[in-house]
Design a protein around this ligand. Sequence first.
Ligand SMILES: NC(=O)C1=CN([C@@H]2O[C@H](COP(=O)(O)OP(=O)(O)OC[C@H]3O[C@@H](n4cnc5c(N)ncnc54)[C@H](OP(=O)(O)O)[C@@H]3O)[C@@H](O)[C@H]2O)C=CC1
Ligand SMILES: C[C@H]1O[C@H](OP(=O)(O)OP(=O)(O)OC[C@H]2O[C@@H](n3cnc4c(=O)[nH]c(N)nc43)[C@H](O)[C@@H]2O)[C@@H](O)[C@@H](O)C1=O
Length: 313
Amino acid sequence: MNKDAKIYIAGHRGLVGSAILRRLEREGYTSLVYRTSSELDLRNQQEVERFFEQEKPEYVFLAAAKVGGIVANNTYPADFIRDNLMIQNNIIDASYRTGIKKLLFLGSTCIYPKFAPQPMKEEHLLTGILEPTNEPYAIAKIAGIKMCQSYNRQYGTKYISAMPTNLYGENDNFDLQSSHVLPALMRKFYEAKESGSPYVEVWGTGTPKREFLYSDDLADACVFLMNNYEDSEIVNIGVGEDVSIRELAETIGRIVGYTGNIRFDETKPDGTPRKLVDVTKINGLGWKASISLEEGIRRAYNWFLENKIVAAK
Ligand SMILES: NC(=O)C1=CN([C@@H]2O[C@H](COP(=O)(O)OP(=O)(O)OC[C@H]3O[C@@H](n4cnc5c(N)ncnc54)[C@H](OP(=O)(O)O)[C@@H]3O)[C@@H](O)[C@H]2O)C=CC1
Ligand SMILES: C[C@H]1O[C@H](OP(=O)(O)OP(=O)(O)OC[C@H]2O[C@@H](n3cnc4c(=O)[nH]c(N)nc43)[C@H](O)[C@@H]2O)[C@@H](O)[C@@H](O)C1=O
């Protein structure tokens, strides 16, 4: 991408989109375009087509999506499959119709089978049944991958797909019903410390294992792939290490400075038992994560403390 190339960041206020925007601004890209969901509802095909015809972006980072944690996915499966299919179909097709140069589609590691061998390799896609709590969301993401690959095959486009592991960082969702585990626990431990509560409730058994990547590392990887990768095959983005939910809770509790107990609410789902990605491919391309979990949690917690009135609404 030239520094003056017109780049559209879909979802620029979200966890991922805001990190990509910061990254591009820092690197000196000067022609960035973006819209909030109230300015442009990406589920509306006509509005999306009009926007692409007016703005004519050259590069697209597709980081707009309906996103949520395990309970949100399990409670609103129709919203997750519908919104994601609509948003990605509209953007990918409008990108083709207006002849953009390149698009990066963001999938997720939930596209892999529930019991995929660990660490999960790119070739494990479509080799087994999916985790039921987020199957509709995962099916939408798999459709997005296949749509990019099909457009590349039939129309000769350059649409690449990245599969990030679980993410966290600035501008995360801290709503306790709809968020992912890391921001939820950060808020729960903070509020328990402030109120002097004797325990913090952690969902599930605490035994599932997850891998966590800081959003700035992901943004770095996305810009790297946009500039250095052209293949249709998907690419995992992760750190290559995972922790149990119990270990995660203990680490966050220590960083927040909470001295009470942890209680596990086993009425809540555990989801996939383990989700660790094989990062051999992206490492081989020349990219590696650089922010450790401990450092990332400290950075995200500082952001949360500075923005908690907005973040924890
Ligand atoms: N968070 C995670 O742990 C992971 C995320 N991903 C993927 O990364 C991508 C970004 O996720 P993340 O940043 O966490 O999500 P967020 O929920 O933080 O942000 C999503 C953004 O999408 C925009 N958006 C949602 N619906 C619409 C709509 N109908 N019209 C226009 N814009 C819309 C929102 O815009 P606005 O703010 O203006 O309303 C929002 O800023 C997604 O594809 C997700 O699947 C993959 C793996 C893990
Ligand atoms: C990124 C990925 O994120 C989702 O999958 P997930 O990894 O299962 O998501 P999660 O972060 O919500 O939970 C991880 C683990 O943590 C436990 N857990 C404990 N206590 C809390 C808690 O307080 N909140 C949440 N949300 N989980 C908790 C929870 O029970 C589970 O065992 C997908 O739906 C899909 O969106 C997707 O692609």
